[in-house]
Design a binder for this molecule. Structure first.
Ligand code: C5P
Length: 251
């Protein structure tokens, strides 16, 4: 199995949440030297499709995290994974509540399709419980677990089903790292630098707090894309999480 072979410059994925291709490619070109990758979600993919992904790759040559949150019968999800893997994406999301067979099919399809297209295999990461859910929403869909217990249960199922990691809130990172060990990827949105607007994020952490807790990849959108100067905002975030290297004069 070919694993993703591209080392990221930095674990920051900038979310390009827009339908507008020229805005997305413009931001991609401006940010390419600073950030680790771009996250393209349902809004972008529903309007621009695989061609739009290729345009972003052309504008930036930076790894792409395709956040499609796939959830369907195993055969359909596997076909969707096979359709997007040849794009040469770095990471792709599926919903863990699609179940074990669906996740196993997604992981196998990612490996096969990438192998056939001679591309690196995308990491397949699972969505545990949407952060828009609370305990009452869970009860309404018939889940009697508390939210935290459900997140743990789903993350553990994702690991057993062959996924590479999960998307979770930064506040769940320390717990999941201790449950699931090193090597299982933890991807965290809900990250806000101290100097940025909180927007609609409720349970957030700063980039440094999230990385210190054990997050592998940070997904950050508006603090970068809505800043007056997106490359400076991105550079400031990257600097905040980059360990300061002591020069020999300091030792
Ligand atoms: O602009 P902001 O930094 O809030 O963007 C965060 C990105 O992560 C958005 O694309 C949002 O949809 C996504 N996301 C999130 N919370 C989750 C899962 C995904 O904010 N639990």
């Amino acid at each position: 199995m070919i694993a993703p072979d591209r080392d990221l410059k930095t674990p920051v994925f900038c979310a390009l949440d827009t339908k507008d291709l020229s805005r997305a490619t413009g931001l991609a070109a401006k940010l390419a030297d600073t950030i680790g990758g771009f996250k393209l979600g349902l809004e972008f993919f529903s309007s621009q499709g695989p061609k739009g992904v290729k345009q972003i790759q052309k504008a930036s040559d930076v790894p792409i995290f395709l956040d499609l949150k796939l959830n369907d019968i195993p055969n359909t999800v596997a076909s969707a994974v096979r359709a997007v893997a040849p794009l040469g994406i770095y990471m792709l999301t599926v919903h863990i509540n699609g179940g074990r067979a669906m996740m196993e099919a997604a992981a196998a399809a990612a490996a096969d399709a990438a192998y056939e297209a001679v591309k690196a295999r995308p990491l397949i990461v699972g969505v545990t419980v949407l952060t828009s859910f609370d305990d009452d929403d869970l009860a309404e869909v018939g889940v009697s677990n508390t939210l935290v217990d459900q997140v743990r249960r789903m993350a553990e199922l994702a690991k057993r089903s062959g996924l590479d990691g999960v998307v979770c809130s930064p506040r769940e990172v320390a717990m999941l790292r201790s449950d699931l060990g090193d090597g299982f990827k933890l991807v965290t949105p809900g990250v806000r630098p101290e100097w940025a607007s909180v927007d609609d994020q409720k349970r957030f952490m700063t980039p440094l707090e999230a990385v210190s807790a054990g997050s592998d990849y940070l997904v950050i959108g508006r603090p970068i894309t809505a800043a007056k100067d997106p490359p400076s905002a991105a550079a400031r975030i990257v600097a905040e999480i980059t360990p300061v290297e002591l020069s020999t004069d300091d030792v």
